[in-house]
Ligand binder design. Structure first.
Ligand SMILES: [Fe+2]
Length: 416
């Protein structure tokens, strides 16, 4: 079943939703470039040359050259962005709006002076929607939980996985690598937190979903990890955004996002060092750096909304949802190095058996018991919420201390 979009029935109207935004990203970014006088001058000097510098479709470029705003909107343009073209042409907003109605400028102005367009006859297309065949839907097959310690990435990248210090850590992932190789997913929704990499203190989204086609490994100060570029799934990502925002979860949509160790280390742990990652990845970044951070309850509910979104996507995709970060660790102050084995293992037990109760745990319990950075564990509840309500099958469970400053926890659950 496709998402309900009742606004598609409103005549002469295109709602700029996540799907349209994905379609028109470069077109709208081109429009934004016209906010600088030097760019307007370059555009006016040779429009075709200027447009060719943007990775827009040919249809989008032709629509801009023809100043066909309706066509631009159909191709993902948003009127607030497209207005920059009109402004560059010296047109008023009324002239631009009128150009889309089939009326002359004078007739449009006269219509507005006479009271504007009547609502009668403009509420619905009045078309009877035809039944469409229902293809197989996407489904959540499994969830994976793992720490994403940056030092693990360094150990992999520097060929130290067999060192005595690291060998016990990587031994805990051997079964996981075999499991995922035997039945790889088509897409992973990978829940992680950005570590002051893509998001500075200028912008702190609580939840951000990556809707781009690709995500570059970030330079976190030591140069980017030499791992494959992450290939996204823009269609499913936009669909998830559309669905969960309609369900009252206010995701930030990230059309450009460099991904740090929080996302790439889990991929390395499960897939090793391939030339290309074997599946698509949708990043879902959660703020756990600056308080207020989302509650476990909110994370669990978001996971449930993501499950609903995935299961309404019209393609037979096998999707896994991964929750990363944790387990207990504190990286700051006199309590740095805190490890609480009892808390960590109780967390794993309850995550498997009773996640709804676990989701009620307040922030202070994470901080006090698992350390200030142990709050990353709330992200595991998103992955758990994405699983079906039936008890899951525990494929693999692993716990080890230490990896650098933290306890390493790892769990694989399959839907039965
Ligand atoms: Fe982290």
């Amino acid at each position: 079943m496709a998402l309900a979009k009742p606004y598609k029935d409103v005549p002469g109207t295109t709602i700029f939703d996540a799907e349209q935004s994905r379609l028109g990203y470069h077109l709208n970014q081109f429009c934004m470039s016209l906010m600088k006088a030097e760019n307007r001058a370059r555009f006016k000097a040779d429009e075709r040359v200027y447009l060719d510098a943007w990775p827009m479709s040919e249809a989008q470029k032709e629509a801009v050259l023809a100043r066909d705003l309706n066509r631009c909107i159909a191709l993902g343009g948003n009127i607030y962005f497209l207005a920059k073209i009109g402004a560059t042409d010296g047109k008023s907003f009324q002239q631009m709006a009128g150009s889309m109605t089939g009326l002359s400028e004078d007739d449009y102005r006269a219509m507005m002076i006479a009271g504007g367009r009547a609502i009668e006859g403009n509420r619905t297309r009045g078309e009877v929607s035809e039944a469409t065949p229902t293809p197989d839907q996407a489904k959540v097959t499994a969830s994976v939980y793992t720490s994403h310690v940056p030092a693990i990435g360094v150990a992999i990248d520097q060929g130290k996985t067999g060192d005595p210090y690291w060998q016990p850590v990587f031994a805990g992932y051997e079964a996981s690598k075999a499991w995922i190789k035997a039945d790889p997913p088509d897409v992973i929704v990978l829940v992680y937190n950005d570590h002051a990499t893509a998001f500075s203190l200028d912008l702190i989204p609580t939840f951000a979903i990556g809707c781009a086609a690709q995500f570059q490994p970030a330079d976190e100060g030591w140069g980017p990890r030499q791992v494959p570029v992450v290939q996204g799934h823009p269609e499913l990502a936009a669909h998830i955004a559309q669905s969960v925002i309609a369900d009252d979860f206010d995701l930030t949509i990230a059309n450009k996002l460099d991904v740090d160790h929080g996302l790439t280390v889990p991929l390395s742990l499960l897939f090793g060092q391939p030339a290309a990652w074997p599946c698509k990845v949708i990043p879902l970044a959660v703020n756990v750096v600056q308080y207020p951070v989302p509650s476990g309850r909110r994370c669990y509910q978001l996971g449930q909304a993501i499950r609903k979104a995935i299961e309404s996507f019209d393609a037979p995709l096998k999707v896994q949802v991964w929750g990363t970060g944790g387990m207990s660790h504190q990286l700051q102050g006199a309590r740095a190095g805190l490890i609480n084995r009892d808390f960590d293992n109780a967390f794993l037990d309850q995550l498997i058996a009773d996640p709804a109760t676990l989701a009620q745990m307040p922030h202070i319990d994470y901080v006090r018991e698992a350390g200030s950075e142990g709050i990353e564990l709330v992200m595991w509840l998103i992955a758990r919420g994405a699983m079906s309500d039936a008890p899951p099958r525990v494929v693999h469970r692993f716990y080890h201390v230490p990896a650098s400053n933290t306890a390493v926890g790892h769990l694989i659950l399959e839907n039965t």
